[in-house]
Design a protein around this ligand. Structure first.
Ligand SMILES: [Zn+2]
Ligand SMILES: [Zn+2]
Length: 129
C-alpha cells in the first residue's frame, strides 16, 4: 500500500491498487497551481484511492470540467479530477512512500518555464500525450 498526506497532516490517503507511470506536466496551469517548475502526476483508479480529511479538502476548477483538489489549511495539491473519468490524477509531491513506478514523459514542454532545463532522457512532448 502507498500512502500520502498534505503538509499539515489533516488530509491523508492510501492507494490500494496500482498507479500509472509518472508524467511531468509543464503546463502554465500546473506551474501556477504548484508554485513550481512542473507538476509530477500519475493516474489512480477511483476505487483504489482512499482519502480521509474531507473537511479540509477544497477544489478549484482550473479549466472547464477539471477540478484541482487541495488542502484548505496548508495548500498542498493532492489530486485533480476530470468530470466523467473513473480515475484521479494524483499529485506525487504529496506521497510519503515510493510508488515504484517508472517515469513516462514530460508533457506541455511548449509551456515550460524558461528558467528550467530538462536534463532527463525520457521523451518530451510539446503538448499532452
Ligand atoms: Zn494540509
Ligand atoms: Zn499541467
Amino acid at each position: 500500500m502507498i500512502s500520502g498526506s498534505c503538509l499539515c497532516g489533516q488530509i491523508k490517503y492510501s492507494i490500494t491498487g496500482s498507479m500509472s507511470d509518472i508524467v511531468h506536466c509543464h503546463c502554465k496551469t500546473c506551474r501556477k497551481a504548484h508554485g513550481s517548475a512542473f507538476s509530477s502526476v500519475a493516474a489512480v483508479n477511483d476505487q483504489d484511492f482512499n482519502l480521509s480529511g474531507f473537511d479540509h479538502l477544497n477544489s478549484f476548477e482550473s479549466s472547464p470540467g477539471k477540478e484541482r483538489f487541495f488542502c484548505s489549511n496548508c495548500g498542498t495539491q493532492i489530486y485533480a479530477k476530470r468530470a466523467g473519468t473513473e480515475h484521479i490524477i494524483l499529485r506525487l509531491g504529496s506521497l510519503d512512500d515510493d510508488p515504484k513506478v517508472d517515469e513516462k514523459n514530460h508533457i506541455w514542454v511548449s509551456q515550460k518555464a524558461p528558467w528550467y532545463s530538462i536534463t532527463s532522457q525520457i521523451p518530451q512532448c510539446q503538448a499532452f500525450e
